[in-house]
Design a protein around this ligand. Structure first.
Ligand code: SAM
Length: 259
């Protein structure tokens, strides 16, 4: 087979560490009547292991040059769709499938990590769990706790829909070619008991609160009813002098509900 030319622009860093691939598939309990989506199978390093679940497997790959590597994986349970995941009508493709739970397991193309997650949420793709390889720095941001420097608007947004945890670090040399950054695998478990809140109001409040990260809430939320916000912050041992990075998801929800 001709030597494959990796496309840096498509985030093509292929995983070559067998131990890491096994740890990824061991982190989800997928059953035969479930469906797994893989975004970006590349040459099939992870696909080969995902097939061990014997569940249905649906892969989205943008690069047709990978077809010669992926053809061998296709059968009655495994399908590869050669199209941009970002512009795919995933909901309508899923409507052709019968399955119990949906999982998304992928070594993501890093240039579109957040847009992919936003699409999964906006399109209501409803994955029960996701296990994703992302840049380590991004993993730290997504799974950050309030009161830490990594905690930001994207942390609150993702954690409203999914409980995000960092599973393990993966060094850059586990990939071919090695990227310039280390990676980490995160797990995202869908929250079935989300608190009721006007989501638009919540995320506008969160965006405004984090607008200028170094400023406190009093400064960032000038146009809001500060007295009301202060009384809720007090319940969480916080005040308007705190910064947004100190405010938990529950506290943001309570504030949004009071406005
Ligand atoms: N899963 C393989 C592995 O672990 O070795 C490859 C992972 S590589 C980090 C990311 C893959 O995503 C590449 O194969 C790339 O071509 C593909 N990709 C990039 N952008 C994409 C998009 N918008 N839709 C679908 N696949 C995409």
């Amino acid at each position: 087979m001709d030597k494959f030319k990796h496309k840096h622009s498509l985030g093509q860093n292929f995983l070559k560490d067998k131990g890491c691939l096994i740890k990824i598939i061991d982190s989800c309990k997928v059953e035969e009547d479930d469906l797994v989506i893989e975004i970006g199978p590349g040459q099939g390093a992870l696909t080969k292991y995902l097939k061990l679940y014997n569940a249905q497997l649906l892969c989205f790959e943008i690069d047709l040059d990978t077809k010669k590597y992926l053809d061998k994986f296709e059968d009655e349970k495994t399908k590869v769709i050669y199209q941009d995941f970002m512009s795919s009508d995933v909901k309508s493709i899923l409507s052709e499938y019968k399955y119990n739970n949906l999982y998304i397991i992928a070594n993501l193309p890093y240039y579109i990590t957040t847009p992919i997650l936003k699409k999964i949420i906006d399109d209501k793709i409803n994955a029960k769990e996701m296990v994703l390889m992302v840049q380590e720095e991004v993993a730290d941001r997504f799974s950050a706790q309030p009161g830490t420097k990594d905690y930001g608007a994207v942390t609150v947004y993702l954690n409203y829909y999914y409980e995000v945890s960092k599973l393990f670090k993966v060094g850059r040399n586990s990939f071919d070619p090695a990227p310039n950054v280390d990676s980490a695998v995160i797990k995202m478990v869908k929250r079935d008991n989300k608190q009721s809140v006007d989501e638009e109001k919540l995320f506008t409040l969160v965006k405004d609160s984090f607008q200028m990260k170094r400023k406190n809430l009093r400064n960032n939320l000038r146009s809001y009813d500060l007295e009301k916000i202060d009384s809720i912050l007090a319940k969480y041992d916080l005040s308007l002098n705190n910064r947004a990075e100190d405010v938990s998801l529950d506290c943001f929800i309570e504030i949004a509900n009071s406005l």
